[in-house]
Write a protein that binds this ligand. Structure first.
Ligand SMILES: NC(=O)c1ccc[n+]([C@@H]2O[C@H](COP(=O)([O-])OP(=O)(O)OC[C@H]3O[C@@H](n4cnc5c(N)ncnc54)[C@H](OP(=O)(O)O)[C@@H]3O)[C@@H](O)[C@H]2O)c1
Length: 263
């Protein structure tokens, strides 16, 4: 892909996107510019040949794709600063949580292909789940942005009204999964494993379980049926977890996060 990409806001997410695009060969180093005010922390990207600068305007002028990855409270200032350099054919992708496309359009005061994307922290290892919505975009532009995020994991197109729900299930979901794995580790230590071995068994088992669903397209209950022998230990453990409110607490937690995000 020969489009030049400016990543405005080279923090955790912005840097991870730059590294993923490079690693996947979606972009050459010379096709990526990344900005932040304190560029010292981007030395590792500069060493890979990516242009690093504190000049947002210069970056936007040279690029046809802009990925906005600053904190929500910085969006207004940053967009006002680059507004005049955004052209009609610029693809503008915001990964900022909670800022609507209409708010962005109001600030930039022009129509351009506009996208919102909600990735998660696994983007750092190109295993993100990224939910994307768009406005004012052609099929080519939508295909381009889908392809970009497909280099960094899986992509699903959603309505913007589902972006908060996507944040909870996809981005907060990483934390929920971590807590589930941590509980497995704690249980594993109690039944005899050292912490390192318990961590490996718990993480790889969860990864394998997720891969079964992703690769075979099965429902979790179908896979559970294969593990549960009548009168066996798996069903005894599962039923005890349910008596203690396992599924209910997960669902309530997800709904609590969702209520919080909308408040
Ligand atoms: N982390 C995630 O998993 C995740 C997932 C989904 C969405 N998001 C969203 O992505 C955005 C970035 O998150 P993050 O975790 O990467 O935050 P972060 O690490 O704080 O990154 C934001 C970066 O923006 C830079 N910045 C601030 N003002 C700037 C300016 N005027 N011009 C250029 N750069 C500027 C900051 O560096 P300087 O201070 O040096 O300028 C900082 O490195 C947030 O809106 C967040 O809601 C994050």
């Amino acid at each position: 892909m020969e489009r030049k990409i400016a990543i405005i806001g080279g923090g955790n997410l912005g840097s991870a996107i730059a590294e993923g695009l490079l690693k996947s060969k979606f972009s050459k180093a010379s096709e990526i510019i990344i900005t932040k005010r304190n560029v010292a922390t981007l030395k590792h990207l500069k060493e890979k040949g990516i242009e690093v600068t504190d000049d947002n305007n210069a970056a936007v002028k040279k690029s046809s794709v802009i990925i906005l990855a600053v904190k929500p409270f910085q969006v207004s200032d940053v967009l006002n600063g680059i507004r005049k350099d955004i052209r009609a054919n610029t693809i503008l992708i915001s990964v900022v949580t909670g800022v609507l496309m209409k708010d962005i359009e109001e600030i930039i005061k022009k129509k351009t292909a506009l996208f919102r994307a909600m990735p998660n922290t696994a983007i750092a290892i190109q295993q993100s789940m990224t939910c994307v919505c768009s406005s004012n975009s052609s099929k080519n532009e939508i295909d381009y942005v889908d392809n970009l995020f497909e280099q960094l994991g899986k992509v699903v197109t959603i309505d913007e009204k589902l972006m908060d729900a996507a944040t909870v299930l996809g981005a907060c979901g990483t934390a929920y999964a971590m807590r589930y794995i941590r509980a497995n580790i704690q249980g594993g230590i109690e039944i005899g494993f050292d912490a390192v071995t318990a961590s490996l068994i718990a993480a790889q088992t969860v990864k394998g379980a997720a891969e079964l669903l992703l690769q075979k397209g099965t429902h979790p209950e179908q896979e559970i049926d294969k593990v549960t022998t009548p009168k066996g230990c798996t069903i005894a453990g599962l039923n005890e977890m349910e008596h203690q409110g396992f599924s209910s607490s997960m669902i309530r937690g997800i709904v609590a996060s969702y209520k919080k995000i909308g408040s």
